[in-house]
Design a protein around this ligand. Structure first.
Ligand code: C5P
Length: 234
């Protein structure tokens, strides 16, 4: 699959207001073509911004990690598809994934499954009643997502190579936890540079603070796109 290097960078718009998000989008200009809107901005008017971005030719990733009874998930997915979004996350429960995949049929929306949240370790899974380790559950849910026809997975770059062998080339792998060499780690525990993540098989990189908090966000984004382009060519 060949994706333009610029379209492989997804900027996480983790900002408290639409006004601040719009100021950042103006600053970034053509350097960023794909934006992720999550809980913080989504519940502060960000879904209207998602539509506006889609209408102006940007791609939008709605990171709302849906999980509910099937019919409710389906109706949510239909509404999000109507916003013009390109990606939407759901938790990787079979019923939820089936409902989401059926509901996005005939639209441009692609469904990404979140296998196991990266803040969970084996003890958290045991406390939640699961008799699986994190790596067992990630592999099991990735295989279920593949069989159900989910379009992609959100995973750490460290998991990408392994998951690629489970899901094959049809599904996209979207990886957060990206830090350019020398950048602050913030609260990310498992980080990779943009070039290492691309080399590990990631299709899209989600980056927030290294761009949002850079003295020159546009230059920071352009540097990451250049690194993606250089690695993808090899
Ligand atoms: O600022 P930073 O680059 O760490 O932002 C990463 C983005 O990716 C945030 O929006 C975060 O919620 C999201 N994310 C993550 N780890 C996951 C899933 C999503 O960091 N496992």
């Amino acid at each position: 699959m060949t994706i333009d290097p610029r379209d492989r960078l997804i900027l996480a718009l983790d900002l408290p207001s639409v006004a601040e998000a719009e100021a950042m989008i103006r600053k970034l200009g053509d350097a960023v073509s794909f934006y992720k809107i999550g809980y913080q901005l989504g519940f502060a008017g960000g879904l209207a911004l998602a539509r506006k971005l889609a209408d102006t030719g940007k791609q939008v990733f709605v990171d709302m990690k849906l999980h509910d009874i099937g019919s409710t998930v389906a109706k949510g997915v239909e509404s999000i598809a109507r916003l013009g979004a390109s990606f939407l996350t759901v938790h990787a429960y079979p019923q939820t994934m089936h409902a989401a995949v059926d509901a996005r049929a005939g639209t441009n929306l692609r469904i990404l499954a979140v296998t196991v949240l990266t803040s969970y370790d084996d003890a958290d899974l045991a406390a939640a009643g699961y008799d699986f380790t994190v790596s067992e559950l990630v592999a099991e849910r990735a295989a279920q997502a593949r069989d159900i026809g989910v379009d992609g997975l959100v995973c750490s770059a460290a998991e990408a190579a392994n998951l690629r062998s489970v899901v094959g080339s049809r599904m996209v792998l979207v990886t957060p936890g990206i830090r350019p060499a020398g950048a602050e780690r913030d609260d990310q525990k498992r980080i990779m540079t943009p070039s290492a993540a691309i080399a590990a098989g990631a299709d899209y990189l989600v980056v927030g603070r290294p761009i949002l908090e850079a003295p020159d966000p546009k230059a920071a984004a352009e540097k990451i796109v250049a690194e993606i382009a250089a690695t993808a060519k090899q």
